[in-house]
Design a protein around this ligand. Sequence first.
Ligand code: REX
Length: 356
Amino acid sequence: TPAPAPDTAGLDALLRTALGQGAPGAAARIDDHRTSYDGPATVHRLAEGVADRADAEAMDTADRFRIGSVTKTFSAVVLLQLVAEGRLRLDTSVDHYLPGLLPDARITVRHVLGHRSGLYDYTEDLFARTVPGFEAVRTKVFTLRELVARSLRHPLTGTPGAAYSYSNTNYVVAGLLIEKLTGEPVRTAYEDRIIGPLKLADTFYVHPGTAIPGRHAHGYLTPDEPGGALVDATEQTVSWAQSAGALISSARDLNTFLSALLGGRLLPAAQLAEMRRWFPAGTGQGYGLGLRRRDLSCGISVYGHTGAVQGFYTYAFTGENGLRSYTAVVNTSNNGAVQATMLRTLEPVFCGKWAR
Ligand SMILES: C[C@@H](NC(=O)[C@@H](C)NC(=O)CCCC[C@H](NC(=O)C[NH3+])C(=O)[O-])C(=O)O
């Protein structure tokens, strides 16, 4: 049975709701392939509001932006390619590859990629106070090991291999694994293994640079104080996240990436299957290896990742076999109402107008 057509009117209504809840702008793109993830597609583009509050430049679906944790899916793909090449084993202790880094040799590569390591999330400390925390790190450059050291000031939050517990520390360790196994910085791995082969012309890893190259949206951080002024957070190193959240991309490129991933272009079937071994991660949600699954009201499950970096929320998901891919960005963050509204957009996009 063909998938229901996207309800673009319902999607646009939700984007406008997000603006009413405090987002300066919102943009969304759907790439709807007929028979194959890399074949011809119907493209839907929607944009509301402004990319830049200073000059009221309109939001455009072509604008580049910071994708936050969607970076984790890129990092997981690189490591799973290394698994396919026989250079890494998922059920081997991280200690085997990075001796002495972690305090518990029971933590395996699979635990790290599935957020089941128990490693404390150092960003809890960094961003307990949203704007002061951001201002304190926005121009800072950390090493990946410094970020792990911040995590290890706290005990493990649980037994390695037990429940899912989201932690950025896991994808900092993933970055250290990529660098150790390839002998190259993570930027080279992203470029050689994903960005180049898929020709993702809007996708960049510029750390520790602070500028978003070319045409981009400004990102506005919502302060903790109700009614407080938005903070232009566009320029930052994102060194606090790196392999856990520092990539820059566009709606077009993320749709290409997810369609290729779920379409089987980036990983052999065995490794894609590993990525899709789900652990419970909330109601109607699963986490595999760098990949989220969300179950929708119409019985469709979608696969991708969300992103939250100062000034930008990203939602990037695709359906079965990567046929219909959807990316949306709103240029604010630290705003729960906007986040909830944007998660609802998956319904009209993948279930059509009967989902309202
Ligand atoms: C959610 C998403 N995770 C990410 O994208 C990672 C990189 N971001 C975070 O862990 C949140 C950092 C604080 C953001 C800040 N919040 C605060 O400072 C709150 N005090 C903000 O909202 O900009 C995911 O994995 O799905």
